[in-house]
Design a protein around this ligand. Structure first.
Ligand code: NAP
Length: 298
């Protein structure tokens, strides 16, 4: 039987990736976004929009993702990322289906020197991270039938992301200053979408297995600083005759932003790999593929 998977948001990076990957995997993806489903709206409206899709599983991907703007839009960020996320999970519980909720590495403060485990204490540095952490708690309170996937540094051929910004800037400048003392795991939204399909099938097949539920870290394999990620993007682009630029490594202190970012937000994905059998490819290989695809589309 074809799996019916409802995803919140219609044009986001992850929703767009699920639409593409699902079509190739025989999964019916039903994107639901504004105006039918507004995460800042009433819980009744959210429940009605999701019920109309009659899904087998819900992926809660939509979010307030403007990390810096959140510092001055706290109420809106919490309405969408905490209250809205809780309403989506409550709707899943009402429909008797599992929910896969997408969270972030920014729930951590970045002071741990090694990759974070799911059990490590959280400590968000900014409003966005705090609102996403409150969302995790709202989801867990609404239904035990959930998997919370914390991802990070998401790039794709779609929407706004670091990889697309770097390619654009390389067409405009010879040298770019890029932060070299923040480390994370670049994650292809297409790879994350494929992992979500694995988790979705597992959750639907095993309604009562607590080993497949709870929090999981879900990122690309391998880590990098932003400067290393930029250099890899330019290397891949240059090899294909695309735009390239020299990377000038700078400390985060030389690039102040309204919201502080964790210095280390590398995530340990062992639990996802072993419990769900979902291991994401190496970020270098996947980012080359996205660069190649974007260059071909020019
Ligand atoms: N991007 C990253 O680097 C990153 C890192 C860690 C975790 N995450 C998490 O991964 C998930 C997917 O991120 P993404 O990169 O795909 O995000 P994105 O490209 O910024 O897309 C966000 C989506 O949320 C929707 N949305 C925003 N406010 C909404 C509201 N009030 N009601 C309904 N939909 C609303 C947007 O709808 P419109 O299309 O109508 O604007 C858009 O489809 C999010 O939960 C995010 O927190 C992302």
């Amino acid at each position: 039987m074809t799996l019916r998977l409802a995803v919140t948001g219609t044009s986001g990076q992850l929703a767009s990736s699920l639409i593409e990957v699902g079509a190739n995997a025989g999964v019916e993806i039903i994107p639901i976004g504004r105006p039918q489903l507004d995460l800042a709206g009433s819980s009744e409206g959210i429940a009605a929009a999701l019920a109309a899709a009659a899904p087998d599983i819900i992926v809660s991907a939509a979010a307030y993702t403007a990390v810096d703007r959140a510092e001055t839009e706290r109420d809106l960020a919490f309405a969408i990322n905490a209250t809205g996320a809780g309403a989506v999970a409550a709707a899943a519980a009402m429909l008797g289906v599992p929910v896969i909720h997408i969270s972030t590495d920014y729930v951590f403060d970045g002071r741990k020197p090694t990759p974070y485990l799911e059990t490590d204490p959280t400590g968000p540095l900014g409003v966005y991270g705090a609102s996403k952490l409150a969302g995790e708690q709202a989801v867990a309170a609404a239904t035990p039938n959930h998997a919370i996937l914390r991802t990070a540094w998401v790039y794709s051929p779609f929407g706004n992301n670091f990889l697309r910004t770097m390619l654009r800037l390389a067409g405009e400048r010879d040298e770019l200053r890029v932060v070299a003392d923040q480390y994370g795991n670049p994650t292809s939204a297409l790879d994350l979408a494929a992992a979500i399909l694995v988790v979705a099938r597992n959750l639907v097949a095993t309604p009562d297995d607590p080993g497949l539920r709870g929090i999981f870290h879900a990122t690309g394999t391998g880590d990098a600083s932003w400067a290393e990620f930029a250099a890899a993007i330019f290397h891949a682009s240059a090899a294909l005759g695309g735009p390239t630029a020299k990377v000038k490594p700078i400390p985060a202190t030389a690039y102040p932003t309204p919201a502080a970012r964790p210095a280390n937000s590398r995530l340990d994905t062992t639990r996802l790999n072993t419990a769900h059998g979902a291991r994401m490819p190496a970020w270098r290989q996947s980012s080359e593929q996205v660069v190649s695809r974007l260059l071909k589309a020019r």
